[in-house]
Design a protein around this ligand. Sequence first.
Ligand code: ZN
Length: 185
Amino acid sequence: MSILDIRVLGDPILREDTTPVEAITDELRTLAADMFETMYVAKGIGLAAPQVGRTERIAVIDVDEEPLVIINPEIVHAEGKAKAEEGCLSIPDIYGDVERYSKIRIRALDLEGQPFEMDADDLLARCFQHEIDHLHGKLFIDYLSVLRKRSALAKWSKEKDKYPRFIRQLSSDPSDDHEHPDEEL
Ligand SMILES: [Zn+2]
């Protein structure tokens, strides 16, 4: 397995739609395994393919030590609203309150190519929505009010110089930790 570079805000791939997966190949299985490893090293709870520079419609999630791969995911039912702070592995050190559905049902394929449906609430529901957004070129900052988005982008304009060519290289050194204790997706 390998640790992949994470693309940060400014890389155009984060704004592109992904391509639905048509066949489960060894290459896709390797990508999923690498995405899990990358997500764990980055201490995230979700990671979508565009964040590692890929265009396949796949994301990995691990909330509460339950690793999940979602391929071609769709939200088939949604209810309730909940607001909570979110961060993103592709926009390090920027956080904002985002309103999401509090309860959803998703439909997706697993790594065997089998369709499944799953109900989620709370953090898992939020994580699914955040990752599915990534698969369609949408980022959490798009939900912020004009003022909050402006201040987030002003902060980011100072942060982004740490990531030449919009690439965030992770190190497996545990001392390379993040300043914010919240989970990132
Ligand atoms: Zn994200």
